[in-house]
Design a binder for this molecule. Structure first.
Ligand SMILES: NC(=O)c1ccc[n+]([C@@H]2O[C@H](COP(=O)([O-])OP(=O)(O)OC[C@H]3O[C@@H](n4cnc5c(N)ncnc54)[C@H](O)[C@@H]3O)[C@@H](O)[C@H]2O)c1
Length: 448
């Protein structure tokens, strides 16, 4: 935080750490270790100054994030290009008679010096410009996943965050779930032997359409909502919630769910990204309907020969809920020379129970420990340290998903240089044109 300092009480932080983290399927040795590290964590935190928070993008997830953030600070402003959503959020976050100020242009939010934290809950195609504006104004950001719409956007964002020394947490909260952390620690420490394959199961997207344009609602600034994306007639299915099934605004479930599960694959592998990617569409979009490929299989190969396959399942719905109890759940399966580990939101299993139940030895590689994603962010806002999903983590996870979408859309087998973040080899010239997109004026980088 650049302008005011504040502290979060250790007791409330530890209490928050315990919220929402069920312990089912976690072994006793791991829970004991967690308690021991909590007991020695962070020393004495001082009195409780509360930062000012603004929510930009007041839809479903933005409101969830703001609710979680309100444990640590005060929601003093809300901003949306849909007036109704801004009003709903202002009502929801009114506290002690204080109504958050309503905005319809996020650039104005950045002018308020009593706002220290921005929560970015817009659709994906707006994430980068909002986060850039926030960083340039010296504000810290809790930014929803996938962090960017393109790989090029991520490079711009890293530069701004590091230049301004702001704190950015990516909203990939699975890294703050102890099941995923333990699975990755076990894999990294060779518990299943040499890691060979990772299968990431993602819910299939929607294959629907064609849709009919209608007049846009009077409370919505449709041109501002479209932003950098190509001009398009208003279709309700392009807009709230459903934007993720259009490549103009997002990347289908490859970037929606992939931002979570591919991120976990990367965490276990410990590399910056793959060196090869190829994909195949298992269903074609309906003309005039959602454009993102709904069913697919994409294969990423890493420099250490690990193969990571991202596949869709129709047994879970787009929210991750069970449609077919006998079918394949979304989640991540690690296959090694000595066995396998399966993890998702709620389960951690292995080919042999002892792979999980046997404690890791002293000196084993430990991963960044956070059990409360929002709490970790506010702790870092105070300490100025990097949060668990710092900007580089969010960028690389998003990049891996973007690579998958590019392979699907081009149908090409592509070679990627993760150090220099460019495509190389036979199809490099074509593929490198996919690193950025033309941003419709005035909503390009000069907008902020
Ligand atoms: N971390 C998670 O588990 C998780 C879960 C769901 C969604 N998300 C992410 O959250 C983001 C929002 O998803 P959602 O389902 O809540 O979408 P949504 O459509 O419900 O909400 C988005 C809101 O942003 C507003 N908006 C659009 N452009 C804006 C702009 N320029 N300035 C201000 N407001 C603007 C919209 O009008 C809408 O109110 C997505 O990026 C999504 O991937 C994350």
């Amino acid at each position: 935080m650049s302008t005011t300092s504040f502290n979060i009480s250790r007791r409330s932080f530890l209490k928050a750490c315990c919220l929402g983290v069920g312990t089912g399927s976690l072994p006793v040795w791991f829970l004991e270790r967690e308690l021991a590290s909590a007991a020695t964590a962070s020393g004495s935190l001082g009195p409780n100054d509360r930062p000012g928070i603004a929510l930009v993008g007041c839809g479903g997830m933005g409101q969830v994030d703001a609710g979680l953030a309100a444990r640590f600070g005060d929601i003093v402003a809300v901003c949306d290009v849909d007036q109704k959503h801004a009003e709903q959020a202002a009502t929801k976050f009114t506290k002690g008679g204080k109504v958050p100020e309503k905005f319809n242009d996020f650039r104005k939010v950045m002018e308020r010096s009593d706002i220290h934290v921005i929560i970015t809950g817009t659709p994906d195609h707006w994430h980068t410009l909002v986060n850039l504006a926030a960083s340039q104004a010296g504000k810290d950001v809790y930014g929803e996943k996938p962090l960017t719409l393109t790989i090029d956007e991520g490079k711009h964002l890293i530069q701004a965050v590091r230049a301004k020394k702001t704190v950015l947490q990516t909203g990939t909260q699975q890294r703050s779930d102890p099941r995923f952390r333990l699975a990755c620690e076990l894999v990294r420490n060779g518990r299943i032997g040499k890691l060979k394959d990772i299968t990431v199961w993602l819910p299939a997207g929607l294959r629907e359409g064609p849709f009919k344009p209608t007049a846009s609602p009077s409370e919505l600034n449709w041109d501002f909502w479209l932003g950098q994306a190509p001009k398009a007639d208003y279709v309700p299915q392009r807009c709230h919630t459903m934007f993720r099934y259009w490549y103009d605004y997002s990347g289908g479930t490859m970037t929606d769910w992939g931002a979570h599960h591919n991120d976990i694959a990367l965490w276990a592998i410990g590399l910056q990204g793959p060196v090869e990617v190829e994909g195949i569409a298992l269903a074609q979009p309906i003309p005039g309907g959602y454009t993102a490929i709904s069913e697919y299989e994409v294969r990423f190969t890493y420099a250490n020969s690990v193969v990571h396959t991202a596949r869709t399942t129709k047994a879970d719905n787009i929210y991750g809920g069970i449609e077919d109890p006998q079918g394949q759940r979304n989640g991540v399966r690690f296959e090694g020379s000595n066995g396998w580990i399966w993890v998702n939101r709620g389960t951690l299993r292995a080919s042999d129970k002892t792979l999980i139940d046997t404690p890791l030895p002293e000196g084993a590689e430990r991963l960044y420990n956070s059990n409360d994603h929002m709490g970790n962010f506010f702790e870092c806002v105070r300490s100025r340290k990097d949060p668990i999903c710092r900007v580089e983590v969010g960028h690389r996870s998003a990049s891996t998903c973007h690579l998958g979408a590019i392979a699907l859309r081009t149908g090409l087998k592509l070679k990627w240089d993760p150090d220099n973040e460019i495509f190389v080899g036979e199809h490099a010239k074509t593929a490198n044109t996919w690193l950025a997109r033309e941003m419709r004026k005035p909503y390009d980088y000069s907008f902020v």
